[in-house]
Ligand binder design. Structure first.
Ligand code: RP5
Length: 162
């Protein structure tokens, strides 16, 4: 049987997947099971509501939500669940993701969304942050995270090559 997913990765559109795949990839590398879905605040509001309300009961511990433009998805999900929500601003065509960033980051006090950087770096870091949150109660995952970080440090040369 497949491992129960503790992290849900949701995104507003299929067009967000090339960005959000970076989140799924890092979590796969860290052996964290994920549940990936398209859930749009604007186009599928009922699906968004049902997902957010059911997530805790399905064993989800952290939600990563990516969206672009008028990016209401992370904030609306955060309004519907007490689970930690990490928001990834997807780089939009019109405003290069600045619209996405401001839509996600400016939450009112009391409804938090942990907002990451625009684009792929934000998606990767959302995955790492989700893993760090889970690692608090998972010693094996803590070990894998430390190994991953050490490998990144070891890969940095002392001096630049010609
Ligand atoms: C948002 O609108 C999505 O998150 C996506 O980033 C953006 C554009 O969506 P598409 O028109 O490409 O489906 O809801």
């Amino acid at each position: 049987m497949a491992e129960q997913a503790k992290v849900a990765i949701v995104m507003g559109s299929q067009s967000d997947w090339p960005t959000m795949k970076h989140c799924a990839d890092i979590l796969e590398e860290l052996e964290v099971a994920v549940d990936v879905r398209i859930v749009s605040a604007h186009r599928t509001p009922d699906r968004m509501y049902d997902f957010a309300r059911a997530a805790e009961g399905e064993g989800i511990a952290v939600i990563v939500a990516g969206a672009g433009g008028a990016a209401h998805l992370p904030g609306m999900i955060a309004a519907l669940t007490h689970l930690p929500v990490l928001g990834v601003p997807v780089q939009s065509r019109a405003l290069s993701g600045q619209d996405s960033l401001l839509s996600i980051v400016q939450m009112p006090a009391g409804v938090p969304v942990g907002t990451l950087a625009i684009g792929e770096a934000g998606a990767t870091n959302a995955g790492l942050l989700a893993a760090s949150i889970l690692a608090g109660s998972d010693a094996a995952l803590t070990g894998r995270l430390k190994t991953w970080r050490q490998a990144r440090s070891d890969a940095v040369a002392e001096r630049p090559e010609e």
